[in-house]
Unconditional design. Sequence first.
Length: 369
Amino acid sequence: MENKLITVTSPLLPPLEEFQKMIADIYASKWITNNGTFHRQLEKELAAYLKVPYLSLFTNGTLPLITALQALRIKGEVITTPYSFVATTHSLWWNGIKPVFVDIDPATGNIDPNKIEAAITPNTTAIMPVHVYGKPCDTEAIQEIADKYGLKIIYDAAHAFGVEVNGESILNAGDLSTLSFHATKVYNTIEGGALVMHDEKMKKRIDYLKNFGFADEVTVVAPGINSKMDEMRSAYGLLNLKQVDTAIEARHQVAVKYREALRPIDGITFFDDMPGVKHNYSYFPIFIDENKYGMTRDELYFKMKEQGVLGRRYFYPLISTFSTYKGLESASPSNLPNAHKMADSVICLPMHHALTDEDIQRILHCIVK
C-alpha cells in the first residue's frame, strides 16, 4: 500500500485469543488488581528473563523514578543529563530536588562521566544517568565517582530492557534501575514499568511505597502512593514476554539494513553496536550534518513526513530548554554543547518488529538521494 503511514514505532501485541483466555481467568477469579496471580507471576518471570535478583512492577514508567528517589531518601541536588525524555527530570522536580545538568558523550549520547565531578557540590546526593537509546552508560566510571563522594545512583533504564554487557544485565548497575513498559517500548504492558533492586529489604520497602505505605491490613509505615500494576496488564505482559526475543531480532535485522544503506551517505552518521553488548535495538537515531548532506535535519524530517514516513526528533528540544529548567545555571547552552549539537541533528527512524522490506525501502528512499 503506497499510501500506508509508516509510524516511528508500533506496539508489540500479544495474540488476541490467548489474551482473551487470560482475561476470562481474571473475570472468573474476580481478582483484578492488588498483587494478583498474574502480577506475581510476571514479577517472577521478568526477574528471571532480565537476570536481576528483585523487581517490582508499576503502573507506568515514571512512578518508579519518583519512588526510587523516595526509597533512597534523595534530597538536595541530583546530577543528570538534559538529553532524555522529560520524565527523568520531572521525577526530580516532583520530589523537590534540584536537577544539575552535565553534558553528554557524543560517542554514545549518554552522560559524560568526565563532566560529573565538576558538577558535584555539598548539596549533591545522587546521580541519575540514562541509558540513552538503550546504549549502556559507562557504569564503572560513574560508580567510581559515586563511591568517592558517597552518592547514590539511580539509572533511568527506560530504553534498556534486556540490555546486557558481557553477559551481565545493565539493570544491576547502581543502587536502583527503572524500566518503562509503555506501548512504544521494545517490551510493553500497554502502560507499565518496573523498579529493579538488589535485595529483599529494598524490594519490601518499594512494595510498601507503591501501595500507600501499607505493611499489613492496619499498618502504614510510609507515605506511599498507589502505583500498582493490575491483572489485565500483567496478563498482557506475560504473553508479550514469550515473543519479545523474536521482536528484538526483527528490530536487529532492520538496524542491519539501515546501516548497510546509510553507511555510504555523506553527512549521515549513526551508532554501531558496542562491543560485548547485547542490544535491544529500541531506537535507530541518525544524525544529520547539513553542510555535508545538503539538507537540514528539519528539512529531512518534514520531507519524510510529507511522504508518509514518521520519524521522531528524539530528544529535541533538550529538557534544559524547557521553561521549568532553563533558568538553572547548569542549563546554560554553553555548559551543554554536545547535547545541543545532538538534539539539533537527530532523527529517530521508524524502528519496530513489524516493518517490512517494502517499508524499509520507502524510508530509505526518503533519505538516500
